[in-house]
Design a protein around this ligand. Structure first.
Ligand SMILES: N[C@@H](CCC(=O)N[C@@H](CS)C(=O)NCC(=O)O)C(=O)O
Length: 201
């Protein structure tokens, strides 16, 4: 199998971290710029979003939630989503929460990239406040989860890295010291180190 991705996408990173934690550290990633509608991406995902996972038989999957589900259901290695019970839904909620935080962070980042006179400042402020609230909720989720690594941890760590990368001015660490301490450890994991974007711009 291989992935179509991008080095800075937090959704791609979530999938890659999960694969590495499962023991698959040699999955080929073909990096594209999804914003330019590259042919090789839209051939598999007409909406031009990464990640896309392509199996050896040519079958392709998106989005990242389905890819993660496929990996958990069909690939060997330790499990990162509990099979049943309240903990399953807690972990999946943490993943959905992290993904939504990223969606909002991306939207505000894209708005900020527009020429200053065209930016909708109130939209940026609203989205950044939403992300800040999201960080607070993520802190509670991390506190409520077992220490053993699960998909919720992975998704939240990728979201925090993205907030640091795109919205550093939110300075969330001062308000959430426990989340900050947890994240400091998380980012040292080999899977997080191997997927950190080099020289992100
Ligand atoms: N819900 C999708 C979101 C994927 C997504 O938004 N990917 C971004 C990169 S982080 C992208 O490809 N953006 C291109 C675009 O919006 O045109 C998932 O979980 O895979």
């Amino acid at each position: 199998m291989r992935l179509i991705g991008s080095p800075t996408s937090p959704f791609v990173r979530k999938v890659r971290v999960l694969l590495i934690e499962k023991g698959f550290d040699d999955i080929e990633v073909e990096n594209v710029n999804a914003f330019e509608d590259p042919k090789e991406l839209i051939a598999h995902n007409p909406m031009s979003r990464v990640p896309v996972m392509i199996l050896t038989n040519g079958v392709a999957f998106y989005d990242s939630k389905l890819i993660v589900d496929y990996i958990e259901s069909n690939m060997q290695g330790p499990k990162f989503v509990p099979e049943a019970g309240a903990s399953r839904w807690f972990v999946l909620q943490a993943e959905a929460h992290a993904d939504t935080m990223i969606d909002v962070a991306i939207r505000s980042m894209l708005e900020r990239k527009r020429p200053a006179e065209k930016q909708m400042k109130e939209k940026i402020v609203r989205d950044e406040i939403a992300v800040a609230r999201g960080v607070g909720a993520a802190a509670k989720m991390i506190k409520g989860m077992d220490a053993q690594l699960n998909l919720g941890h992975i998704a939240i760590a990728c979201a925090m890295a993205y907030v640091d990368f795109r919205l550093p001015h939110l300075k969330w660490r001062d308000r959430h010291p426990e989340l900050s301490a947890w994240y400091q450890e998380m980012r040292l994991r080999a899977s997080m180190q191997a997927t950190a974007p080099e020289d992100p711009v």
